[in-house]
Design a protein around this ligand. Structure first.
Ligand code: C2E
Ligand code: MG
Ligand code: MG
Length: 610
C-alpha cells in the first residue's frame, strides 16, 4: 500500500515536471494525448489511465486500482488475447528493461479483432534508480496498417478478373505443400490446366466475352474441388490446381476427368453459345515427380504440352520417359540455336539433292529438276534427320534463318550444276508454314532471286498442305505474290493433310507431290491404288502437274505409268545426293534413261544410293 501511495506521489511529481496547459489538472496533457497510456503499479493494478486507453471518463475511473482482467471484462475482450501482455509484464518486473510487442485483441461480442503496438516502460524511484515503482504502457492502434497489409496481400495474391488466387499464391502453396510433405503428409498433386481453342473465342467474340469465359471456367473448377484443394489462375488461359491428401494417384485423374467434362460443357453468354472450349491437363504427383517447386512445375508443364500434342481435351501424368524426350529435344534445340547464333551453317549443314525424273514422250527418262534436302551433321548429336530437327526449328524462331540459308545455298549450288547441262532444270526448295506466313517473305525471295540471278521459273517452293490451312489470308497473299514473281509452288506430301479441293482451287499452286505413304502401298492395296488414281485424275483436271514421291521399285513405276503419272522422285532413281554426286549424275550419261529395259535395275540403283 505504501508502495502504491508512493507511486501516486511519484507520478504526480513526474507529471508536474513536464510543462502542461493548466495547473488545475496536472495530468491533462497525458489524459488527452492521442496515444494510449496506462500506468500500472508493480502488482499490475492501474494507477493512471488516459482517455484513449479507457474510452470514456466513467470507464477510465473504474479501471483505477483494477487489473487487466477487469479491463478485459469491461471492454469485452477475450481474456486469452491478453496472455502475451501478462507474460511481458512478468518479464519487465524481472528485467526492468523496455519491452515492445504487438497485441492482437479479439472482441467476441463484436466479432472484431484489433491490432496494437505496445511499449512497456519501467518507472523507477527518484531516489533509487534500481527500485521499480511501476510500469507504463504506451500503445498505438495498428489495425489500420494490418488491414491495409491484408488488402495489399489480397491484391498481391489474387487475380482481379476471376477472384482466384494467382501465380504468386500458387508458388507459395506448392512450397508449403513440399514442407508438409517433408513432415510426412501424404500424396499430393499439381494439375496444370490450359484451355484449348481460347484464342478462337478471343478472335471471334472479343475480350469481354473471352473474360467472361475465364470467369465462368474458374467458377466451374472451384465448385468441383474439395475445400482442402485450391485452384489458381496462373496465366492468360492457364489454371493450376493443387490437390492435397490424396489416397492414390488415381484420385488426381478422377479430378482431371471431372474438370475436362465440366469445362467442355457449352457456355452460354448473352446470345452466344460457345461449345468448342475444352481443356488439357498435365499432372505431377508429389513427392514422386519432384522435390522442388521449379522441377514440379516444369514437369507438369511438360506433361501438359504432351497431353496437347497427343490429343486436346485430355490429361496426362508426367513420366520420366517424358523428361528424357523433352531433355533430348532441349539439347537438340540448343545445338540448333548454336548453329544459327554463331552462324556456323557451313560447318554443320549440308544440302543434298534428290533428282526429280520425267518420262518423256519417247519413253526415255530424264532428270528435270531436284529437291534440296537439308542434312545436319552435328559433332555431339551425330546425323540428325530433318524429320526430327525441322519441326523443332519450326516450333522455335530458328526456321527463318535456317530457311534463308538453305534457299541461298541451294540456289547457288543449283546454278553451278545447271550451267553444266544443256537441258532445262529446276530446283525445288522446302518452305515451312512459318516461312510462308512471314510478312516480308516475298521481298526477301525477290531479293534472293535478284542476287543469285536464278530464273524465277527455275525455282519451285514446296509447302505442305497444313500451311494452307494456317492463317489462310496472309498465306494466300504471299503465295499469290510469289507466283506473280514467276516462281512455281508445289504442295508437298499431298494427301496426308486436310487440304480439300477447295484449297487446290483457291491457291495458285501448280504442282502436287503425292505423299510417299500412298505410293508405298500402291502395288499392294487396291484402295491405295484407287486413291492415287483419283488424286492424279483430280490434279490433272485442275491443270496441276503431278509428281509421285517415294517411288522405290519397279512395280511402283509401272503402276504410276498406267495411271498416267510421269514425274517421279524416289530411291528407284536415286537417294538424295551430295552436290558433287548429283553433278556427276547429271553430267554423265544418265543411267536410267532406259530404265524399263535395264535388267538389274536394283543393283544399279544401289550404286547411286551411297
Ligand atoms: P519431303 O520434302 O517430303 O522430302 C522427301 C523426303 O522423302 C526426304 O526425306 C527424302 O529423303 C525421302 N525420300 C525420297 N525418296 C524416297 C523413297 O523412295 N523412299 C523413302 N522411304 N523416302 C524417300 P528427308 O530428306 O529425311 O526429309 C524429310 C522431310 O524434312 C522433308 O520431306 C521435308 O519436309 C523436311 N525438310 C528437309 N529439308 C528441308 C528444308 O530445307 N526446309 C524445310 N522446311 N523442310 C525440309
Ligand atoms: Mg519436299
Ligand atoms: Mg514430300
Amino acid at each position: 500500500m505504501r508502495n502504491n501511495n508512493g507511486l501516486t506521489g511519484f507520478l504526480k511529481r513526474l507529471f508536474q515536471r513536464i510543462p502542461h496547459l493548466t495547473s488545475a489538472d496536472p495530468y491533462r496533457v497525458y489524459r488527452e494525448i492521442p496515444m494510449e497510456i496506462a500506468i500500472y503499479d508493480t502488482q499490475g493494478k492501474y494507477k493512471f489511465v488516459n482517455k484513449l486507453y479507457g474510452g470514456d471518463d466513467k470507464v477510465t475511473r473504474r479501471l483505477l486500482g483494477r487489473t487487466d482482467d477487469f479491463y478485459a471484462k469491461i471492454k469485452g475482450i477475450n481474456g486469452d488475447s491478453l496472455q502475451k501482455r501478462r507474460q511481458y509484464f512478468l518479464q519487465i518486473l524481472e528485467e526492468k528493461k523496455v519491452i515492445q510487442f504487438t497485441e492482437k485483441l479479439h472482441f467476441p461480442g463484436k466479432n472484431q479483432t484489433l491490432y496494437y503496438k505496445r511499449i512497456f516502460q519501467p518507472l523507477f524511484s527518484e531516489h533509487d534508480p534500481q527500485e521499480l515503482r511501476g510500469v507504463c504502457l504506451f500503445g498505438n492502434s495498428l489495425t489500420f496498417i494490418v488491414q491495409a497489409q491484408k488488402e495489399l496481400k489480397y491484391l498481391v495474391y489474387h487475380d482481379k478478373l476471376t477472384g482466384l488466387k494467382n501465380r504468386e499464391a500458387f508458388f507459395d502453396e506448392v512450397d508449403q505443400m513440399l514442407i508438409d510433405t517433408d513432415r510426412g503428409e501424404v500424396l499430393g498433386a499439381i494439375l496444370m490446366c490450359d484451355l484449348d481453342n481460347f484464342k478462337t473465342v478471343n478472335d471471334q467474340y472479343g475480350h469481354k466475352i473471352a473474360d467472361f469465359c475465364l470467369k465462368e471456367i474458374a467458377q466451374r473448377i472451384s465448385k468441383l474441388i474439395r475445400k482442402s484443394d485450391q485452384v489458381f489462375r496462373v496465366g492468360g488461359d492457364e489454371y493450376s490446381i493443387v490437390l492435397r491428401n490424396l489416397n492414390h494417384e488415381y484420385d488426381a485423374s478422377r479430378v482431371a476427368e471431372k474438370i475436362l467434362h465440366e469445362v467442355s460443357k457449352p457456355l452460354k453468354i448473352l446470345d452466344y453459345t460457345i461449345n468448342y472450349l475444352s481443356m488439357s491437363i498435365g499432372i505431377v504427383v508429389i513427392p514422386k515427380d519432384g522435390k522442388e517447386r521449379d522441377v514440379l512445375i516444369q514437369n507438369a508443364t511438360f506433361a501438359l504440352k504432351n497431353a496437347k500434342k497427343v490429343k486436346i481435351s485430355d490429361f496426362q501424368f508426367f513420366s520420366e520417359e517424358l523428361t528424357k524426350t523433352s531433355m533430348a529435344r532441349l539439347e537438340l534445340e540448343n545445338n540448333l540455336r548454336k548453329v544459327v547464333n554463331e552462324n556456323i551453317f557451313e560447318n554443320q549443314f549440308e544440302v543434298y539433292y534428290q533428282p526429280i525424273v520425267e518420262k518423256g514422250n519417247d519413253g526415255s527418262y530424264a532428270i528435270i529438276g531436284c529437291e534440296a534436302l537439308l542434312r545436319w551433321h552435328n559433332p555431339d548429336l551425330g546425323e540428325v534427320s530433318p524429320a526430327i530437327f525441322i519441326p523443332v526449328a519450326e516450333d522455335t524462331d530458328l526456321i527463318g534463318p535456317i530457311g534463308d540459308w538453305v534457299l541461298y545455298k541451294a540456289i547457288n549450288d543449283f546454278k553451278s550444276v545447271a550451267a553444266k547441262v544443256s537441258h532445262p532444270l529446276y530446283i525445288s526448295v522446302n518452305f515451312s508454314a512459318k516461312q510462308m506466313r512471314a510478312p516480308h517473305i516475298v521481298s526477301k525471295v525477290e531479293g534472293i532471286i535478284e542476287n543469285t540471278h536464278i530464273k524465277p521459273e527455275n525455282l519451285h517452293l514446296e509447302i505442305t498442305e497444313t500451311s494452307l490451312l494456317d492463317e489462310e489470308q496472309q498465306v494466300l497473299e504471299n503465295i499469290n505474290a510469289l507466283e506473280k514473281l514467276g516462281l512455281r509452288i508445289a504442295i508437298d506430301d499431298f494427301g496426308v493433310g486436310f487440304a480439300s479441293l477447295k484449297y487446290l482451287q483457291k491457291f495458285p499452286v501448280s504442282i502436287i507431290k503425292i505423299d510417299r505413304s500412298f505410293i508405298k502401298h500402291i502395288n499392294l492395296s487396291h484402295d491405295h491404288q484407287k486413291l492415287v488414281e483419283s488424286i492424279i485424275i483430280l490434279g490433272k483436271n485442275l491443270n496441276k502437274e503431278i509428281i509421285a514421291e517415294g517411288v522405290e521399285n519397279f512395280e511402283h513405276l509401272q503402276m504410276l505409268n498406267t495411271q498416267n503419272c510421269h514425274k517421279y522422285q524416289g530411291f528407284l532413281f536415286s537417294k538424295p545426293l551430295q552436290l558433287h554426286q548429283f553433278e556427276k549424275l547429271l553430267t554423265g550419261d544418265y543411267p536410267f534413261a532406259n530404265i524399263e529395259k535395264l535388267p538389274n535395275i536394283l543393283e544399279n540403283t544401289l550404286n547411286l544410293k551411297n
